[in-house]
Design a protein around this ligand. Structure first.
Ligand code: UDP
Length: 326
């Protein structure tokens, strides 16, 4: 197969490029480096089966040659990213998805949407099953991401129903591992970087809110199986192993051996109180379930971040300049 992956230089996108190449396929990687980084795909540049396009998928997109798949993974994906880039987040979920779907239709390719557990918002059903419609505040700070992804699911289903495009929708739950940006603001990267640099670990609120953390190799395996063998209705892919944020902080302290203290900061607006995927559908239809325990996944992630100490990647975050044309 020859597939296009948008967001190819991002955390998940780059791991997905690796997986498709490892399976013997060819990959066209597309990214505009708003939140992705060239380092994540530097190792692929000499691979003759990998082509790279620096491009913003929210604008008209032309790709030459045949494509068998279009996988749309481009989007800011951390709460502080979509707070800094609200319009771009809305555009890549809406216009970007439309362009990617149009491309898939023109090429007669399978379309794969990276959706999110954020479509469930602050969920009133726990664990979250795919038939739950969610509890989202459209005008809250997270609304730009949640509603863009909800729209992207709706337009994907419309292309399936009205244009007969072969489509897939994955709802991705919190995923972590190497190639996360050290200062991207998400809880796993924050806690590990803080622990390794002896800064206080910042628990937002009292730390009783829960998340369920999936190691990247498990997530990518679920995504690959869904692309190959799934159906068009949304499928949760995530690890149902649920932790409070406080438990996660304690685990990171233990695994890094840091002497950094734990401090509390205000809880962000609309922060979901609980999150855990029901993965019955993925188990039944894809034979998939996670295999990496959070202790092992965290150890691998800590090792990755340790290697970045002293590099510019670990420098404190500064407000991002808006790239031209976005
Ligand atoms: N969080 C935290 N400290 C941090 C970063 C995040 O306590 O330094 C909390 C955040 O409030 C949320 C959870 O950790 O309850 C997961 O946050 P993240 O940004 O990783 O992703 P989310 O699941 O909210 O999209």
């Amino acid at each position: 197969m020859r597939v296009l992956i948008t967001g190819a230089a991002g955390f998940l996108g780059s791991h997905l490029c690796d997986r498709f190449l490892a399976e013997g396929h060819s990959v066209v990687g597309l990214d505009n480096f708003v939140t992705g980084h060239p380092d994540n795909i530097a190792h692929l540049m000499s691979d003759v089966r990998f082509e790279f396009m620096r491009h913003n998928i929210s604008t008209y997109t032309y790709v030459s040659g045949a494509l068998d798949g279009v996988l749309h993974f481009a989007s800011p994906a951390s709460p502080i990213d979509y707070l800094e880039l609200p319009i771009q987040t809305l555009k890549v979920g809406s216009l970007g998805t439309h362009n990617a779907l149009g491309l898939a239709k023109a090429k007669n390719a399978r379309f794969f949407l990276a959706s999110t557990s954020e479509v469930y918002g602050d969920p009133l059903v726990h664990p979250q099953t795919e038939d739950y419609w969610g509890n989202v505040n459209p005008v809250g700070p997270r609304g730009v991401y949640d509603e863009a992804k909800r729209f992207s699911e709706a337009i994907t289903m419309a292309y399936h129903t009205y244009h007969g495009v072969d489509t897939r929708i994955v709802r991705i739950f919190n995923t972590y591992g190497p190639r996360m940006r050290p200062r991207d603001g998400r809880v796993v990267s924050n806690f590990i970087v803080q622990a390794l640099t002896n800064e206080p670990l910042t628990i937002y609120g009292d730390g009783s809110q829960t998340r369920s953390f999936c190691y990247v190799s498990d997530e990518v395996d679920g995504i690959y199986r869904l692309f190959m063998h799934g159906n068009h209705t949304p499928t949760n892919i995530g690890n149902p192993d649920e932790y409070t944020v406080r438990q996660l902080a304690e685990l990171v302290v233990e695994l890094t051996g840091t002497s950094a203290p734990i401090v509390h900061e205000p809880l962000p607006v609309d922060d979901p109180k609980v999150r855990k995927p029901d993965i019955s559908k993925a188990r039944a239809t894809l034979g998939w379930q996670p295999t990496v325990h959070v202790r092992d996944g965290l150890a691998l992630t800590i090792e990755y971040f340790r290697r970045l100490i002293g590099t510019p990647h670990m420098a404190p975050r500064v407000a991002r300049e808006r790239p031209a044309g976005l």
